[in-house]
Design a protein around this ligand. Sequence first.
Ligand code: HMG
Ligand code: MG
Length: 324
Amino acid sequence: GIPRFVKIVEVGPRDGLQNEKNTVPTGVKVELIRRLVSSGLPVVEATSFVSPKWVPQLADARDVMEAVRDLEGARLPVLTPNLKVILQRSILFQQCHASVISSNLWVYLQGFEAAIAAGAKEVAIFASASEAFSKSNINCSIEDSLVRYRAVAHAAKVLSIPVRGYVSCVVGCPVEGAIPPSKVAYVAKELHDMGCFEISLGDTIGVGTPGTVVPMLEAVMAVVPVEKLAVHLHDTYGQSLPNILISLQMGISTVDCSVAGLGGCPYAKGASGNVATEDVVYMLSGLGVETNVDLRKLMLAGDFINKHLGRPSGSKTAIALNRI
Ligand code: HMG
Ligand code: MG
C-alpha cells in the first residue's frame, strides 16, 4: 500500500534557483524560504556552499543561511561538496621603526566548514551514478568524490550534523545514456555506509519512466532500507508523477519537489525543473496521504517567486487553482 504520510523535501530555493538565469537577490531568497516554511513543509533545502565560479546564482549562500538559521518549523539543509579550510598567511602590517614584520593567519572557510559557521544544522552531499556527470558536475571521478564525501560525513558525525546523500543520474546521463541499476545501488550503498541518514535518488535529466525507475529502485532497495530512500525527479519528460506514484507503491515515503517547478541543473543541459511541489501535494491529497502542507500558502510562495522571476508557474495545479 501507499504510505499514510509523505515527507516532502522542498528543493526550490537550491535546485530551483541554482538554474535560474537571473540571480535572485538575497532578500527574495530569504522571503521565499520563510514562505515555504510557513506553508508547513518539513524540510526546505536552503542553498549550496559550492564554488561561486560554478554556481554564481548561489554565491550568497552564507548571507542566506545566516538570515534563515533561526527559522523554526522546518529543517534547512544545504549542499556541501567538500570540507574546506583554506589557510593563508598574509602580512598584516610592517612597523618600520621596530623592523617588525608581523604576519597573521587568515582562515577562509568553504564547503562544509562554511555551512556550519553560517548556522547550517544539516547538510547534503551529492554523488553521481554516472562517471561523466561526476566529472562535469563536481570535477572528479565517482571514487574520488566518495573519498571526499567520507571526510565530510566524518566531520558531520563529530558534530552530530545529519547528512543526506544524493545520487544523480539514477536512470540516465546526458553523456553516457542509460545507467545500469547496479551502479546506482553501488553509490547509494556507499553513501549509506558512510552514514547518510537518507539517500535521495535523482533523475537529474528526467528521462525515467516507471519502466526504468522500478528496476532501479529494486536494485537500490536490495542494499539500502526503503525508509531511508527518497526520489528526486526532474520533470523534463513529464514523467515525475507516474514515477512518484510507483515509488510510493514500492514503499518510498520521501519525495523531493520544487515550488512552481523551479529549477534544473546547470551541468545537465535542457534538463527542466523538479516536479512541482503543488502538483505533488495535490496528487497526495487526492490519495488521502498526509503531507502537513497548506496548498494555498504553498501557492502564495510560488506566486511570490514567479512574480519576481517574471515567469509563469511550472505547476499545472497552481495554474488551474489560480483560475478558480
Ligand atoms: P574544483 O574546481 O575541482 O575545486 O571544484 P578545487 O578544490 O580545485 O578549487 C577550485 C576553486 O574553487 C578554488 O578557488 C576554491 O577555493 C574554490 P580559487 O582558488 O580558484 O579562487 N572552491 C570553493 N568555493 C566555495 N565553496 C566551496 C569550494 N570548493 C572549492 N565549497 C567543486 C570542485 C565541487 C567545489 C565544484 O565543482 C563545485 O562547486 N561544483 C558545484 C556543482 C553544483 O553545485 N552542482 C549543482 C548541484 S548538484 C545537482 O543539482 C543534482 C541534484 O539536484 C540531484 C539530481 O538532480 O540528480 C543534487
Ligand atoms: Mg536536482
